[in-house]
Design a protein around this ligand. Structure first.
Ligand code: AQP
Length: 335
């Protein structure tokens, strides 16, 4: 499969920082799968982003294959989309360097994720952590993406990517496609089960509030049973006043395909205990076949490597042509 000129281009990525969560699934992967027929899709495993916080090398390597196997197990089809590892395409680092010269230090200091991660990793506030949005802009712009499906937590980074692209285009001539974000209608920000004010995150210090895609049935049921709710007893979608219940409703509707109204009607007059059990059973049932398929794929390293080799080849073709254009425009002497 080569670049499809008839379709709009789409780019998204996930960091192999840990086992993924149902937040990553609902906010990103679910949409990535749904959109793979409609768009010309490129999906990365963002290991260069991952090292902005300290990683165990062996674990990072293992997580990289794990994310690929999960992509495939969730239904991404390597015949339809390009699946690759970010560090296999050197153009990302090269374009990020150029884009750094179009980005202001003050803008990066204001990024919410930089502030959050600086607080969390106070002993390692490295330049990469601050430069994360510029590398992300390079990722997206290299593939001329028209659209980027991400969770709401990435909105600020996507806005800065658009600003950098417009800035560059204004200084030279139109070079970059300015991308639009696609945010899920439900579940754009799945909350931590034990603290609904916090985003569910794969590197949270409190795994009790996080459902990992590889959690077993017992762990899933236990975590949902302990999910923080409220005292009014009504299963109703009201994110402001009932964040815990609304979060569970988002999770339930995504995994069942039911609407919020249908789910509210289903649990009208029933207690939170019933509702939590139903959400837990639904998620456990949905994840079991994905986990089995992921395990089967992980046992076939030869196949996974072949998907990544083909993905890197295709990704490099598009990325290197964008980079060559940028180098020409900015006046880098070419041989
Ligand atoms: N809780 C969430 N709800 C909805 N979407 C989410 N995403 C992450 N958490 C949620 C979306 O998942 C995609 C991949 O995220 P990432 O790997 O780039 O890292 P992240 O956004 O920083 O997610 P994590 O889980 O919190 O990772 P760590 O702990 O490594 O920082 C993105 O599209 C994101 O929006």
């Amino acid at each position: 499969m080569e670049e499809n000129l008839a379709k709009k281009r789409l780019y998204s990525a996930v960091q192999p920082t840990n086992a993924l969560t149902i937040g990553n699934y609902i906010g990103a992967i679910n949409n990535m799968v749904a959109l793979q027929d409609e768009y010309d899709c490129t999906y990365a495993i963002a290991n260069m982003h991952a090292i902005t916080v300290r990683q165990q090398p062996a674990q990072l390597r293992a997580n990289t294959l794990s994310v690929l196997a999960l992509y495939l197990a969730c239904g991404l089809d390597p015949q339809k989309c390009t699946l690759y590892v970010q560090s296999h395409v050197p153009c990302h680092a090269e374009l990020a360097w150029v884009l750094n010269t179009f980005t202001y230090v003050g803008e990066m200091e204001r990024m919410t994720q930089f502030k959050d991660k600086s607080a969390k990793h106070a002993d390692n506030i490295n330049m990469g952590l601050m430069d994360y949005p510029v590398l992300m802009a390079a990722d997206i712009l290299l593939y001329k993406a028209d659209v980027v499906p991400v969770g709401i937590d990435q909105r600020q980074h996507l806005e800065i990517c658009r600003d950098i692209a417009v800035r560059f285009n204004n200084v030279y001539s139109p070079t970059f496609t300015v991308p639009e974000g696609i945010y899920p209608k439900v579940g754009a920000k799945i909350a931590d089960l034990s603290d609904p004010a916090k985003k569910m995150s794969k590197s949270s210090e409190n795994p009790a509030g996080t459902i990992f895609m590889n959690d077993g049935r017992d762990a899933i049921i236990k975590k949902f049973r302990r999910a923080v709710t409220d005292s009014d007893g009504e299963v109703r979608y009201d994110p402001e006043n009932k964040p815990g219940i609304s979060n569970l409703l988002s999770i339930y509707t995504v995994f069942t395909g039911k609407s919020v109204a249908q789910a509210e009607a289903e649990f009208a007059g029933r207690g939170y205990g019933d509702f939590k059990s139903a959400v837990a059973e639904t998620v456990a049932d949905a994840l079991a076949p994905v986990q089995a398929e992921q395990a089967r794929l992980l046992a076939d390293k030869g196949y996974l490597d072949s998907v990544l080799a083909e993905g890197a080849r295709r990704a490099y073709k598009t990325a290197s042509s964008t980079l060559a254009k940028v180098y020409r425009k900015i006046g880098f002497y070419q041989l």
